[in-house]
Design a protein around this ligand. Structure first.
Ligand SMILES: Nc1ncnc2c1ncn2[C@@H]1O[C@H](COP(=O)(O)OP(=O)(O)O)[C@@H](O)[C@H]1O
Ligand SMILES: N[C@@H](CCOP(=O)(O)O)C(=O)O
Length: 354
C-alpha cells in the first residue's frame, strides 16, 4: 500500500494594484491524501480512482466525485495524458479535505489546479519540477498570480512569456479560467501534447514579519470568471499609471520592517479591477474607503482578495477590531461574514510520503 499527502496553501491575489501579477500564499491548506492499494489487480472505480471529499469551509457547492469531472483529479488526468498515461493506478483512493471557501477570492480554484498537477506528477512518477508544473497550471488557469503563490509559496510577483501564435492556438485544453471539459480535452484516446515550456515565471519577495493577513469572507460566491467579465477591455492611461506606480512600490512596502502604514496603505490602492467589481460586491467601495491607518489602529492596508468578495486587511495588531468594523459594514448591506487571521505560507505546496 503506497500513500502520500499533498498540502497546498490558498492564495490572495492582486493585493490591490497587482492585478494578475502579485499573489500571496496564506496558511489555509487544501489537503489531498492518496492511497494506492497495489495488492489488487482490478478496480470497480472509473479510471481506477475513488474520490472522497470533506468540505471544511462551510461551502454548500456539491463537488463532483467523478474523476473526469472533479477539478483536482481531472487536472491530474490532464498531466498524466500529456505524458502518455491514461488512468490512475488500480485502486487509487483520493481523499480531499478542503477548508478553503469556494468562489470567495481565496484562490480555491488555483489551489485545486496546483494540487491536481502535483497529483498527476506524483501518480505518474513524472519527476517534473515545480517550474514545469507551473506551465501545466497556466494551460488551465491563465492568470499566474494564484497558482504561482500556491505552488511556490510566499509573496510572489509573476509574469508570462509571450506565447508563439501556434502555442496560443493550441486547443487540447481550452485556455480558460478553469477546465470546462474532462481533462486533456475530450478524451480522443490520443495523447495531448505537453504544454509549451516556460510559459510563466515568478520571483519571491520579502515579507515583513510583523504583518498579518485578516481575511473577511462574506457568505456569498463571486465566480472569478464573472468578476473578470465585468472588467473593461481598455483603460485610461492615468489609471494604468496609477496602478504601475503602486505596484512598483508594493513589494518594498510589504518587505520593509518595521512596516510603514502610510506607504503600505497607498501602495495597496487600485483603479484597474476593484472599482468595476463594486457591481458584484455590495458596499465594496465604502468598505475599502472606510478605514485608514490614521483612523484604525493596527491597520496597514486594505484591498479586495483576488476577485472577491473576500476583503484582505493587512495589519500588525487590533485584528479583532479591524475584522469587526468590516463585518459591520457588510452586515449593513445584509451580508454575513466569517473571518480568519492568516500568515504567509512560505513553503508552498508540499508532498509528504506517509
Ligand atoms: N478543492 C476543490 N475541488 C474541486 N473543485 C474545486 C475545488 N476548489 C475549487 N473548485 C472549483 O473552483 C470553483 C471556484 O473557483 P473560482 O470561481 O475561481 O473562485 P476562487 O478561486 O476565488 O475560490 C468552485 O466553484 C469549484 O467548482
Ligand atoms: N487576478 C485574478 C485573481 C483571481 O483570484 P481568485 O482568488 O478570485 O480566484 C483576478 O482578479 O481576476
Amino acid at each position: 500500500m503506497a500513500s502520500f499527502t499533498i498540502r497546498t496553501p490558498c492564495s490572495s491575489a492582486n493585493i490591490g494594484p497587482g492585478f494578475d501579477v502579485i499573489g500571496l500564499a496564506l496558511t489555509l491548506y487544501l489537503e489531498v491524501r492518496v492511497t494506492i492499494d497495489s495488492s489488487t489487480t482490478s478496480s470497480q472505480q472509473p479510471l481506477n480512482c475513488r474520490i472522497t471529499y470533506e468540505d471544511a469551509s462551510g461551502s454548500t457547492e456539491k463537488i463532483s466525485l467523478d474523476p473526469e469531472v472533479n477539478l483536482i483529479t481531472r487536472v491530474a488526468l490532464y498531466v498524466l495524458r500529456c505524458n502518455n498515461q491514461r488512468a490512475f493506478p488500480v485502486e487509487t483512493h483520493v481523499h480531499i479535505r478542503n477548508p478553503i471557501p469556494l468562489g470567495r477570492g481565496l484562490g480555491s480554484s488555483g489551489t485545486a489546479v496546483v494540487a491536481g498537477v502535483t497529483l498527476g506528477n506524483e501518480i505518474g512518477k513524472l519527476g517534473l519540477s515545480k517550474e514545469r508544473l507551473l506551465d501545466y497550471c497556466l494551460m488551465i488557469e491563465r492568470h499566474p498570480d494564484n497558482v504561482a503563490a500556491s505552488l511556490f509559496g510566499g509573496f510572489v510577483g509573476t509574469y508570462l512569456n509571450e506565447l508563439k501564435p501556434e502555442d496560443i492556438a493550441r486547443i487540447e485544453i481550452p485556455l480558460s479560467e478553469v477546465l470546462p471539459e474532462p481533462a486533456g480535452g475530450i478524451d480522443t484516446g490520443k495523447q495531448p501534447p505537453a504544454p509549451p515550456v516556460g510559459i510563466g515565471h515568478y520571483r519571491k519577495f520579502a515579507w515583513a514579519k510583523e504583518i498579518k493577513a485578516i481575511a473577511i469572507i462574506p457568505d456569498f460566491v463571486v465566480p472569478t470568471a464573472n468578476a473578470r467579465d465585468v472588467l473593461p477591455k481598455e483603460y485610461k492611461r492615468a489609471d494604468v499609471v496609477f496602478n504601475l506606480q503602486r505596484a512598483a512600490l508594493l513589494p518594498l512596502a510589504l518587505g520593509t520592517s518595521p512596516p510603514d502604514p502610510d506607504m503600505i496603505y497607498l501602495a495597496m490602492q487600485d483603479k484597474v479591477h476593484q472599482p468595476y467589481r463594486q457591481s458584484l460586491i455590495p458596499g465594496l467601495t465604502e468598505i475599502l474607503q472606510s478605514m485608514t491607518p490614521a483612523t484604525q489602529p493596527g491597520l496597514l492596508g486594505i484591498c479586495l482578495s483576488g476577485a472577491g468578495p473576500t476583503i484582505l486587511a493587512l495589519a500588525t495588531n487590533d485584528f479583532d477590531d479591524i475584522a469587526s468594523r468590516i463585518i459591520a459594514r457588510f452586515k449593513s448591506q445584509g451580508i454575513s461574514c466569517q473571518w480568519k487571521l492568516l500568515e504567509p505560507a512560505q513553503e508552498g505546496t508540499l508532498v509528504d510520503t506517509n
